[in-house]
Design a protein around this ligand. Structure first.
Ligand code: 6CS
Length: 317
């Protein structure tokens, strides 16, 4: 049988790199029983909702959903909170893929209630700002028209920072930045390179405020209908992919940063601890915004993360 795997990103992206490795493992382990077909950005329709709908109705068996998934699974916006995850990216991957979080009733029900099942999460690297002016403090963000993914929590976060967030489709973002409809962008480094965004922006700002995290999820009926053997193949592959996914994103992000530095003339800024602290302070109340938005189940999911994630290196401490 064929598993169709929908990606929110194009070839050359972290999601694509992950999916290629996932495909290889599943096909090897299943001894030819399963074929995985990769469907990169654009092959399943024009809006992310089309992808999520196709997974809900079973036309596509599994796929990734990140910032835009909030419209389908509101609780998934948990992944968009700033200053919550541990700064260690592998640790973040392990926590998000732990049974304690992934198999919790709170997280399972959030997806199952919508005909979906959560399979894992893929941190794709730190979210890095780009702009046409220097940004170091919330004051610098005043009125700044930054493009965010279509997600109420991200809008609330950037409004709290003082910016004026706007939403634009991923595929239309390059020209929007070029033409000045959007004045800033937020992406992991590989995406700034993969989509060419860095070519039309002057500053790249590392604030380490959040990692980009994509949820991996499947159609619930498809998942329930898997044989024991197929489910075993899926589970062991997902386990292996936690470490591999981390290696893929680390490699992609570091190689692409080198390319950006080599090819572009974008200026790189790294915020100091004092500068970061100003954003962290403003981001704190957004945890409550998340809970107010999605309710008790969201509170539970957040609590599980905080219980596991808070340590000496925690971004939120
Ligand atoms: O910004 C976006 O809309 C997209 N960016 C990435 C890196 N992946 C998917 C996401 O939706």
């Amino acid at each position: 049988e064929t598993w169709r795997f929908g990606l929110e990103e194009t070839e050359g992206s972290v999601q694509y790199g992950y999916a290629e490795e996932f495909k290889k493992l599943i096909e090897e382990k299943s001894g030819g029983d399963i074929t995985v077909q990769l469907l990169p950005y654009g092959t399943w329709g024009s809006s992310y909702t089309a992808l999520y709908d196709a997974i809900q109705n079973g036309a596509i068996q599994l796929g990734f959903g990140s910032g835009f998934l909030g419209g389908t699974v509101p609780e998934s916006q948990l992944m968009s909170l700033n200053f919550v995850m541990p700064s260690d990216q592998l640790k973040t991957a392990k926590i998000l893929n732990s049974d304690a979080f992934l198999k919790s009733d709170a997280w399972q029900q959030s997806f199952r209630e919508r005909g979906l099942v959560p399979l894992g999460a893929l941190p794709e690297g730190y979210q890095v700002w780009t702009a046409n002016k220097e940004i170091r403090t919330p004051e610098d963000m005043d009125g700044w028209q930054v493009r965010v993914m279509d997600n109420s929590l991200l809008r609330a976060t950037y409004e709290a920072y003082g910016a004026s967030p706007i939403t634009i489709a991923y595929g239309e973002l390059y020209s929007a930045l070029q033409q000045g409809q959007a004045e800033g962008n937020i992406q992991p480094v590989f995406a700034h390179e993969n989509m060419g965004f860095y070519e039309v922006q002057d500053y790249m700002i590392f604030a380490d405020q959040a990692q980009f995290v994509a949820n991996l999820f499947g159609n619930l009926e498809w998942y329930e209908g898997l044989s024991d053997e197929q489910r075993q193949t899926l589970e062991t592959t997902l386990d292996e992919m936690v470490q591999k996914g981390h290696e893929i994103q680390s490699q992609f992000n570091s190689e692409r940063l080198d390319i950006i530095k080599e090819k572009g003339d974008i200026k790189i800024i790294e915020l100091t601890e004092e500068e970061r602290a100003q954003f962290r302070e403003l981001a704190k109340p957004i945890r409550q915004v998340y809970v107010d938005m999605v309710g008790e189940r969201g509170q539970k999911a957040l609590d599980i993360l905080l219980e596991q994630g808070v340590g000496s290196s925690d971004q939120g401490s």
